[in-house]
Design a protein around this ligand. Structure first.
Ligand SMILES: *Cc1c(COP(=O)(O)O)cnc(C)c1O
Length: 244
């Protein structure tokens, strides 16, 4: 546990240095980017070590895990309160579990899911259980890989107005995952995501500030291409992960 906490703290310094350098190459500063530590493969003790190292935002891809870790952390008065984001597949029967708990849902992958989150959130707003609309991102399958989920870019273009009219949710931007293993391909995916965002902003007149992109293998490229939220798992928690 001790060495793991040391590893997590040392890694954080290295990650922040790399993010700062990548942002400087794009004339951006570290305040422009939120770092989400993806805790899906670790337990609450490691999350606590990460909080002590300075992380304040965590990401989970399973609703049950998000609920469990948040409850365990809330039961520890010695640990500072942190934010959890939902970054993975959200089935409609799990929406109620994350409402009011997840600060941002990165993974709205279809009009159907957006409508389901909208109606449940609006119901809670009406009863006073939720203070306001839930912040969400639209997950876009920019690379077109079969294995990836999300809206096709043309699908977002055709239903963005309908999505923006949904009550109970507030669309803050876009999210994507790049294919692994080739940084040039990843760079193109991230810049395509940014271009799509710019196009949707012009079309709708709405601000879509957030671009959630960049993972352990490609976060520096993502920062150069305009990412505002990087989601880092292995590089944060896995001692065997080698930063290149
Ligand atoms: C696991 C996961 C990550 C983190 O991946 P790493 O490569 O470990 O950094 C980011 N985003 C999503 C949606 C994930 O499921």
């Amino acid at each position: 546990m001790e060495t793991n906490a040391d590893m997590i703290a040392a890694r954080r310094e290295e990650i922040l240095e790399r993010i700062t350098r990548a942002l400087a190459r794009a004339d951006r500063t570290v305040d422009d980017v939120t770092l989400v530590a993806v805790s899906k493969t670790v337990g609450t003790d490691e999350v606590v070590a990460a909080i002590r190292a300075g992380y304040d935002t965590f990401g989970e891809n399973r609703p049950q895990e998000l609920v469990r870790k948040l409850a365990e952390l809330n039961a520890r008065p010695d640990v500072a309160p942190v934010r959890f984001d939902m970054i993975g597949n959200l089935q409609t029967n799990k929406i109620n579990a994350v409402l009011g708990r997840a600060s941002l849902i990165h993974s709205i992958r279809s009009l159907h899911l957006a409508q389901a989150v909208s109606s449940r959130a609006q119901r809670r707003i009406d009863t006073g259980e939720l203070a306001g609309p839930v912040d969400v991102l639209l997950e876009v399958n920019v690379s077109g890989e079969e294995s990836k989920s999300g809206f096709a870019p043309d699908e977002v273009r055709s239903c963005v107005e309908e999505l923006m009219e949904l009550s109970g949710i507030s669309i803050k931007g876009l999210m994507t995952m790049a294919p692994q293993g080739d940084k040039d391909v990843a760079r193109r995916v991230f810049s395509d995501l940014r271009d799509l965002r710019d196009e949707l902003e012009v079309r709708t007149g709405a601000r879509l500030r957030e671009l959630s992109c960049g993972m352990s293998e490609d976060f520096e490229v993502a920062c150069e291409e305009g990412s505002t939220i990087v989601r880092l798992g292995r590089v944060v928690f896995d001692p065997a992960f080698a930063l290149q």
